[in-house]
Design a binder for this molecule. Structure first.
Ligand code: FES
Length: 136
């Protein structure tokens, strides 16, 4: 009889614990929920030739043979603004000398992450230049 009572008490404890976890889960998810930022569209009113670079405060825009692309100028190590080195064709951090390719691949640390890339589209119609879509 005592074993049965103990079994029922243990079962009841686990049922209550499971119910509490099930009820609290949506609350914890809500508390950690972040509204994603809207993408920001930046117009670059300049036509680039193949191999040319446009440096904005937030991104570097490159024109290749077939398409244009943009990468962030914020270093993934501690957030310094990257400079473009034309001789090495690299983005170099002035703070701790991390280096990134023009596609954003990290080639020298201390940064460990690649640069985020942004969508860059040529303007259509009468407009000359590009529209870069920045996230975050
Ligand atoms: S902030 Fe760029 S390498 Fe440290």
């Amino acid at each position: 009889m005592k074993e049965r009572r103990s079994f029922l008490e243990n079962s009841w404890f686990w049922v209550k614990l499971s119910a509490t976890a099930a009820l609290c889960y949506p609350l914890f998810r809500f508390l950690h929920y972040r509204v994603p930022k809207k993408p920001r569209l930046v117009r670059v009113n300049q036509q680039l030739l193949e191999g040319e670079v446009y440096l904005a405060p937030d991104f570097a825009l490159f024109q290749g043979a077939t398409h244009a692309w943009a990468v962030s100028r914020t270093c993934t190590h501690l957030g310094c603004r990257l400079n473009y080195n034309e001789e090495e064709n690299l983005l170099i951090c002035p703070c701790h000398k991390s280096k990134f390719t023009t596609e954003g691949k990290m080639v020298a640390g201390p940064a460990v992450k690649d640069l985020p890339g942004f969508k860059a589209e040529k303007m259509t119609g009468d407009g000359k230049g590009y529209v870069v879509t920045l996230f975050g």
